[in-house]
Design a protein around this ligand. Structure first.
Ligand SMILES: [Zn+2]
Length: 262
């Protein structure tokens, strides 16, 4: 009886070890090590990649993965399958078998190229201007191809501006994904602003907004709230739009007649 009990424990122990080994694969795919957070990590701890208690986390080395992230990709070891996409070399830090997994949707060129030639020209004007600082992050910290920088770049490259596709807390709906053309009115407004000084763009088509937000239709912008705020609001109205100081940012939106009451 005692022998049976001991062997049962041994089997149980073995199964637990296997479980740990299997569950830590997501951490290892990022070249990380699962360990207790009481141990110092020279890189960054990432949650939800390791088996065990919540204090057991994935210590990942710090690599420069910015070029991969700007293409909405994830840097991981090529021994891990790149689901729904393909590996691109030269975009990730670390060893040579650590590459950028880029999903087929939301790639470098954004959506299909059906925006007008004028919209493309205006987007290039903004993208190449030293007066325009287009954010390469979302306030949420979510990573995708819908940062203002990516929106302008993709439009300038003849594509569309990507929208985010993620859960929005407290909005009643999620960021819808897909892509849109930034409207000519909106682009002209931004060109006007940058021609008289530096302008910081926090969001265009990406991130979370209210369910029917004009951001999702390429008709709205969130500008960094700075000393030019009153000018942003005045010009927004002058050019046929509607603006509002929302504290952290200034929202300006335009109307295209596609929607009733817009
Ligand atoms: Zn807004």
């Amino acid at each position: 009886m005692a022998a049976t009990f001991v062997s049962a424990l041994a089997v149980l122990g073995f199964l637990l070890c296997v479980e740990v080994a299997v569950s830590d694969t997501r951490c290892r795919a990022r070249s990380g090590t699962c360990q207790s957070t009481s141990i110092r990590c020279s890189g960054n701890y990432v949650s939800n990649l390791c088996n065990g208690p919540s204090t057991r986390r994935c210590c990942t080395p710090t690599y420069n993965d910015r070029r991969c992230r700007s293409r909405s990709g994830t840097c991981q070891l090529t021994s891990t399958q790149c689901r729904g996409g393909s590996y691109v070399s030269g975009l990730c830090g670390g060893p040579s078998n650590r590459r950028c997994c880029v999903r087929r949707t939301g790639g470098n060129t954004g959506g299909g190229g059906s925006c007008t030639a004028e919209q493309k020209r205006l987007a290039c004007d903004l993208f190449r201007s030293s007066n325009v600082q287009a954010a390469q992050r979302h306030p949420s910290g979510q990573r995708d191809n819908a940062y203002p920088y990516n929106n302008l770049r993709d439009m300038c490259n003849g594509g569309k501006a990507s929208r985010s596709r993620y859960h929005c807390t407290g909005k009643g709906c999620n960021a819808p994904g897909g892509s849109t053309c930034l409207s000519t009115k909106l682009l002209k407004y931004l060109v006007n602003l940058k021609s008289s000084g530096r302008v910081i763009i926090n969001e265009l088509a990406g991130a979370c907004h209210s369910c029917q937000s004009r951001h999702y239709s390429g008709l709205a912008v969130d500008l960094h709230n700075d000393r030019r705020t009153s000018e942003y609001l005045r010009k927004c109205t002058q050019m046929g739009g509607w603006g509002q100081n929302e504290g952290s940012h200034v929202h300006c939106q335009f109307y295209d007649g596609r929607h009733p009451n817009w």
